[in-house]
Ligand binder design. Sequence first.
Ligand code: D41
Length: 679
Amino acid sequence: MANAQAAADEAARLREQLDSWNYQYHVLDQPSVPDAEYDRCMQQLRALEAQYPALCTPDSPTQRVGATPLSQFAQVQHEMPMLSLDNAFSAEDLRDFNRRLLDRLGWAPDEALEYACEPKLDGIAVSLLYRDGQLQRGATRGDGTTGEDITHNVRTVASVPLRLRGSGFPALLEVRGEIYLPRAGFEQLNEEARERGEKTFVNPRNAAAGSLRQLDARITARRPLQMCCYSVGLYQGGEMPARHSDILQRLHTWGLRINAESRVVKGIAACEDYYEALAQRRATLPYDIDGIVYKVNDLQLQQRLGFVSRAPRWAIARKFPAQEEMTRLLAVEFQVGRTGAITPVARLEPVFVGGVTVSNATLHNADEVERLDVRIGDTVIVRRAGDVIPQVVAVVPEQRPDNAQPVRFPDSCPVCGSVVERAADEAVLRCMGGLVCQAQQKAAIRHFVSRRAMDVDGLGDKLVDQLVDQGLVRTVADLYTLPREAWLGLERMGAKSVDNVLAALEQSKATTLQRFIYALGIREVGESTAGNLARHFGSWEALAAASEEALLAVPDVGPVVADHLRQFLDSADSLSVVQALRNAGVHWPDLEVRPAEALPLAGETWVVTGKLESLGRSEAKTLLESLGARVAGSVSAKTAMVVAGPGAGSKLGKATELNIPVIDEAALLTLLRRHGAMP
Ligand code: D41
């Protein structure tokens, strides 16, 4: 008995500890212990519960996943209907909404109502029912009156507390919110699906919906879903605050996740400012949102305003321009890139998506065309998010016409007629014409003159097209020897424009070895690899003479890059272009070669975690390696420094615990510049 009592006390202690860590990690976004410590505690609790089955209560953190899959979903009647939201599609619509409310309340047209503003998460609306603080039921919104019982799945969502924290909650409390998949989780899920050769999800919302529609909660448990609460439905046996924003705060103290971007503002102009500010940051948020929800903050006013049919009068969703739309695929054309890669491009019936009219979208490569099973004539879903190029993400199979045509890849280059090849381990088809292919000539020149390469101002795409189409320029070296009269003969090139281009070309001759290597457009050799090569070899001669092994010793150069480099350096054509460029006067200072031990971060192990806004993690890694650091995937006592961006998780927690210095991206950029790894 004494033993059993001790076990019960210990189980209670472990449960409290695990709940608290879970809350800090998933609700506060503040990881406080290493994963290993969490796992160890969980193991201890499991062992205790196995020994004393009576200790195993439904709210134990060990009980998030039930044992057996369901055979079907039960229906749930929402005692208090889950209302829907009216939409506003413009600033004008939003002002109308505000005017209607003032009018209905009998307020003057210039009075300022207090609004709670929050991002509209693109997920699945759910209801959580807590009785005496214990999670009793999770249900989908369904049609607002009848939903589905998804308790078994909701229990696996780490940010859904199985029991409420603290005290003072009503005996019966229904919390409403959105379950969604953060973008990083979505990417990870699709990555895993691709590795297994399975179908990928179209977007995070579909992935979240699919995850909640599982009869087997063990599948749901593997999906990194999140819950964010936005209102309270039914409650009995307790009081709730009189303002929406205070209700959210209260939910937060009870251990429920709320949106960190929520704000209270006064007046409709401030609502618009909030919209504009969040629209700017939309692409950088870690989750998809499709608009902003505005709610009258005062619950008494809400009550006076009431609702019409299924939607409250006191709330509205201002929608962002949609990032996905349906349109028809008219044709597929093939573009030839700088390295001969042939990219299928969808020609679409023009459609307004993500704020612009889109009539072309990339289909990436043959594998993607096959995966999508896309045919000409199909209705497709086009996505344009942020400033990324539009892409076809899915086909609408129900709308396929009888005469839909499969996409046929060309047997020869659509530009130069050379043979095309598909390497065994690659998804891309390539034109083997090399510099014979005018498409490759143009792309090579466009790259060579681009800002981050030789930076030749005033040599735009149209001009490059003319030069190549008229046979005036074949290689980048020809740019420097083309006589003034030839430039003057081109369309829309007056004396002044010609002089400007010639001056820009002259100016570009004084360059750096890094820019020069990058400008050559060698496959897989980007800016940072070019920098590593330049710093490692110091001169063109040393690079050109480097063996495969010598190339492999350069940070970030693996067998593939080394192979592309050797192919370039062994090609008589390529070398003659380099020679012609140098004959024309292109020059750079050679660099002092420092042995690896003399690099500023030699011998140090660094860890990069979280999101880096301007660099990205992989570039940060390359740049750190160029300074001699080793970049590792996990934090240990040997770690010299941790670079942490937004969303950094357990690695940051571990660094803090081990007293390892942590810097942010801004400090990293300063350090990289100070050591000359970046301009
Ligand atoms: O983020 C959301 N998707 C969201 C949805 C939100 N932040 N607030 C919402 N508020 C409501 C009311 C005003 C009715 C309580 C909602 C929704 N409704 C909603 N979600 C799905 C249908 C309605």
